[in-house]
Design a protein around this ligand. Structure first.
Ligand SMILES: NC(=O)c1ccc[n+]([C@@H]2O[C@H](COP(=O)([O-])OP(=O)(O)OC[C@H]3O[C@@H](n4cnc5c(N)ncnc54)[C@H](O)[C@@H]3O)[C@@H](O)[C@H]2O)c1
Length: 480
């Protein structure tokens, strides 16, 4: 039995629709409802009384100071304590700062002092990623529970038994799920469990910011950040994930969790300067990208710019703290005419930026555009017909904030193409061309070589003419 204090959300769910876009979530909802395992109610009291275990999943947004706003947690603690009629295990699923569980336990005792019920507390942070939430939930790498007594551990083991045993068929895999090791169930103290979540998210944020500073370095030194990070990622101590340079991290979790973690450390006298720097690096990403847009366009006012991608990452419609939204906001403030498209996030973006022109067909975004920006790495965008895009644009200029496309191919198609930390596309293109020329020359010279002599005329004849070379030269960056 689920409840929410937003009646519109409950109405949507009762009508059989998910209020967010998440692959496979519709199937999960429909299957569980028709099997009688899932119901929704507007009455918090009814939801509280319906079960022995209560998961708190409310939002924990950042306050102005960066600390987590725990007012929703406090609010539901009061509801649980006053509405409960039998003992409960109250499980923190929301991401909260360490020691929130201890506070929650005190709050439940204070609010429920008149009913004399035992309300135990446990922490069970959620590690799923938006965009792959269902798969991550069904196939977690770890389940962490922070408990204060054996009974709570036993109850949580029972709840997660189908996942731990792999006995529940998941909707992501139509046949059987691929064989995988059983997830680890880690039982810790409540405070460690809470810390594990913030520590994990903050570490991921560090990795992203690290890759982004590397990208800046690669741009200055003429290296390719993807060559560097993919080699780094082969080291099992480092791993390949979250090392992608681009517009930086956004969404509801990483930015707020990093801030909350920094403030938590400060509150106990620990200076987490490392994380503050990761945050600072991340805040600069959109600005650096926009500098590149301004450099490429020269004058931005009244230019038409297409934006591909609104969600903070692919396969979600979540636009909270999405870098794309900030990019559009700043461009619109500078008088740019923006037209944007996203496979899922247009409705949510419209609620934040109502004056932007949104179009469903991504090719329409490119039509007559002076520049096209890639701000979310949807697979759909990679697979587009880029020749067709080039032909409908006013100027074939692409600024790829997510390193979605191949710079060599884009240059070969005649685009002016910028990406993040890959300044050597020109050199790469030359490398690939030179090897093509060598093969061409070798093929032409083969009969001469076989005859055993090599005249200067033969070599000159085998080289492509200077006119051919000029014809193949792609547009230099910055050429209109
Ligand atoms: N989104 C993710 O991918 C993700 C992953 C892991 C952890 N988390 C954590 O889970 C929590 C929720 O995140 P979200 O993305 O689902 O946020 P959300 O804002 O989409 O959902 C929170 C819900 O809580 C409801 N709510 C707020 N106050 C309430 C109250 N007093 N009573 C009843 N309902 C109330 C809101 O109406 C909303 O529907 C956060 O702490 C977040 O950090 C989120």
């Amino acid at each position: 039995m689920c409840t929410d204090n937003d009646p519109a959300r409950i109405a949507t769910l009762e009508a059989g629709r998910a209020p967010i876009y998440e692959p496979h979530l519709d199937t999960v909802l429909a299957t569980a409802r028709s099997a009688g395992r899932l119901a929704f109610t507007r009455s918090a009291g009814e939801a509280v009384r319906a079960g022995d275990n209560i998961f708190i999943c409310v939002g924990t947004p950042p306050r102005q100071t960066g600390e987590a706003d725990l007012s929703a947690i406090d609010n539901v603690a009061r509801i649980i304590a006053t509405e409960a009629r039998t003992p409960k295990l109250v499980i923190e699923k929301s991401t909260v700062p360490a020691q929130t569980g201890l506070q929650l336990k005190r709050a439940l005792a204070v609010y429920g002092r008149k009913n004399g019920l035992t309300l135990r507390v446990a922490s069970n942070p959620e590690f799923l990623r938006e965009g792959t939430a269902v798969e991550d939930f069904m196939h977690p790498d770890r389940i962490v529970v922070g408990v204060e007594d054996e009974g709570s551990e036993k109850q949580l083991r029972e709840i997660y038994r189908p996942i731990l045993e792999g006995s529940r068929h998941c909707p992501v895999h139509t046949a059987a799920c691929p064989p995988a090791p059983a997830p680890h169930m880690l039982v810790t103290s409540m405070t460690s469990s809470e810390l594990i979540k913030h520590a994990s998210n903050s570490f991921l944020a560090l990795k992203i910011s690290y890759a982004n500073v590397l990208a800046d370095l690669c741009e200055r030194l003429g290296a390719d950040v993807e060559e560097v990070t993919s080699a780094m990622g082969l080291d099992p101590r480092i791993g390949p994930q979250f090392l992608r340079a681009g517009l930086g991290f956004g969404g509801f979790c990483l930015p707020k969790d990093v801030q909350a973690f920094v403030r938590l450390a400060e509150s106990v006298g620990v200076d987490f300067g490392l994380l503050k720097e990761a945050e600072r690096v991340n805040r600069r990403r959109v600005g650096l990208f926009l500098d590149e847009v301004r450099r490429a366009l020269w004058v931005v006012k009244d230019k038409q710019v297409g934006v591909l991608g609104l969600a903070f990452k692919p396969n979600t419609d979540d636009v909270r703290l999405a870098p794309a939204i900030e990019v559009i906001r700043q461009l619109a403030a500078e008088g740019v005419q923006v037209r944007a498209s996203d496979p899922q996030a247009m409705e949510k973006a419209r609620a934040i930026l109502p004056d932007v022109e949104y179009v469903r067909d991504p090719y329409e975004v490119a039509k007559n555009a002076d520049a096209l920006l890639i701000t979310t790495e949807w697979e759909e965008f990679r697979r587009m017909d880029w020749k067709r895009i080039r032909d409908v644009m006013a100027r074939p200029l692409v600024l790829d904030g997510r390193n979605l496309l191949d710079p060599v191919q884009m240059k070969a198609l005649g685009f002016e193409y910028y990406s993040v930390g890959r300044p050597d596309a020109q050199a790469k293109l030359k490398r690939r061309r030179n090897s093509a020329i060598v093969i061409q020359a070798f093929t032409a010279l083969k009969p001469v070589l076989q005859e055993g002599h090599l005249s200067k005329t033969a070599i000159l004849e085998a080289r492509p003419s200077s006119r051919d070379r000029t014809k193949r030269q792609p547009l230099e960056p910055g050429n209109p």
